[in-house]
Structures are given as structure tokens and as C-alpha cells.
Ligand binder design. Structure first.
Ligand SMILES: [Zn+2]
Length: 255
């Protein structure tokens, strides 16, 4: 049985860049497709890797637009497709997502709920298709969840957006791969409790003992090579930068 396949659909931080949409990751195993985050522009790129209506479930880490605004686009697609509205699919997300998506262009709350079956996230463990998810709160100005996703003994951790937090170290403990945000260039003036620098991402990866670190949520105005070198001074394992279209995990070609 092929293992989990993780496709980075979008890895641009805070807003889309010329090379990537905002945050979006496609996780596939056993024919099941789970999308984590649907940031600006990601619904377009997602269609390179999955049929528009081939998504089985969605997880949203938090309600900042660069992680969820394309739920509004996906509502339009599911509502107005030429062969009739599509049945609701599960959306695991913070409380208030239905209202947020209605604000993104849904006709009204009832019409949004008709296309998406919202399930409020809480710290803990849940099964979604073949995946076992563990979620916990991250350190960000709005309610934000990080995820640990396990399938067939392989473990992915995703930081979502976060400042420094032990919760991320716990979620990522022993993970085969950590997708960790690195929004900031390292420096003394970075706001606390908001985002991580490459160096801080690497510190979390070291403490968690992860097998591989991929830096993501890369903000277009930052110098990527600087972010990478800040991280490489701290994290000694395999380290790279995310890019749109990157395929990872035991189900990736050639792995
Ligand atoms: Zn955010």
C-alpha cells in the first residue's frame, strides 16, 4: 500500500507571491484527499493535482484570509456547477468559519452550510478518512490549530502560523516531516506571539527531533536563502524550502 503523499499547493506567507499561492497542502492516502488550508489563489493551483470535486475533506488552521479565503471560491464552485449543487463536504475548522465564508461571497449562512459541513476543531485527536489527526492551539493572534497527521506509521506535522510555543514541539515530536512556518527574517524587532523566523523554526524542529524540516509560509519580500541559512545554523537534519508543486512523503514519486 502506498503511503501518504503530501503536495505543497501553496506556501507563500501572508499573501500570494509570483511563484506560489498562499497556504494550501494536499494530503492523499488510500484514494482519500484531505486539503489543509485554502489560502488566496490556492483553489486554482489545487486543480493541477486533484479534480475540483475530488476533495473528500478540508481542514482550516485559522481564519486569516491567507489560510481560508478560497473556501469562498470553493463555495461558488460547489454551489453553481452546471450539473447542480454539490453535497456538503466536511470542513474541520475554528468556530466561526461559516460566518467568515459567508462574508467571502456566500449568499447567506444557510447556503454556505448547504455546501460545507462545518465541524469545530478543538485540541485533541480525530480521524479523517485514513488519517489520524492530533490538533493543538498554536501561538497566533486568532485561534489557530497546528496539526500532526499520521498514516501507516508515517508522521507529518504542520505548524500553521505561530510564534514560539511548546505545543508545536509536542505536536511535532518524532515526526518524519515538519512543515514549519518561517515568516520572519531573524532580528530583534520581530513581534512576539505571531510568527517564527527560520532560526526559530529550526529550534522547534531540533527540540522535536523531526526527521526532516521543510520551511514554508515564506513571505514574498523576504530573502529565501537567508531564511534557509538561518535555519541551517541550528537544524542539523535534512532541510529545504517549500515550493508550489513540491511532493513529499512516502507516497511521493521516487521515495
Ligand atoms: Zn495567520
Amino acid at each position: 500500500m502506498a503511503g501518504m503523499r503530501v503536495t505543497v499547493v501553496g506556501c507563500s506567507g501572508s499573501f500570494p507571491g509570483p511563484e506560489s499561492p498562499s497556504s494550501c497542502y494536499l494530503l492523499e492516502a488510500e484514494g482519500f484527499r484531505l486539503v489543509i488550508d485554502l489560502g488566496n489563489g490556492s483553489l486554482g493551483a489545487l486543480q493541477r493535482y486533484a479534480p475540483l470535486f475530488g476533495i473528500d475533506a478540508i481542514c482550516i488552521s485559522h481564519l486569516h484570509a491567507d489560510h481560508c479565503v478560497d473556501l469562498g471560491s470553493y463555495w461558488v464552485a460547489r454551489q453553481y456547477t452546471s450539473d447542480g449543487p454539490r453535497p456538503p463536504i466536511p470542513v474541520h475548522s475554528p468556530r466561526g468559519t461559516a460566518e467568515r465564508v459567508t462574508g467571502f461571497g456566500g449568499e447567506d449562512l444557510a447556503s454556505v452550510r448547504a455546501r460545507f459541513a462545518f465541524r469545530d476543531l478543538a485540541p485533541g485527536v480525530l480521524e479523517i478518512g485514513p488519517f489520524l489527526l492530533t490538533t493543538d492551539h498554536m501561538n497566533h493572534p486568532v485561534e489557530t490549530f497546528g496539526f500532526r497527521v499520521e498514516h501507516a506509521g508515517w508522521r507529518l506535522a504542520y505548524s500553521a502560523d505561530t510564534g514560539e510555543t511548546d505545543a508545536l514541539v509536542r505536536l511535532a515530536a518524532g515526526a518524519d516531516l515538519l512543515l514549519c512556518e518561517a515568516s520572519f527574517a531573524d532580528g530583534p524587532d520581530n513581534k512576539p506571539n505571531l510568527h517564527l523566523s527560520g532560526r526559530q523554526a529550526a529550534q522547534h524542529a531540533e527540540r522535536a527531533g523531526v526527521g526532516r524540516l521543510v520551511l514554508t509560509h515564506l513571505v514574498p519580500w523576504n530573502d529565501r536563502e537567508r531564511t534557509l541559512s538561518e535555519a541551517s545554523a541550528v537544524y542539523r537534519g535534512p532541510l529545504s524550502l517549500a515550493s508550489s508543486g513540491l511532493v513529499l512523503g512516502p507516497g511521493a514519486p521516487g521515495s
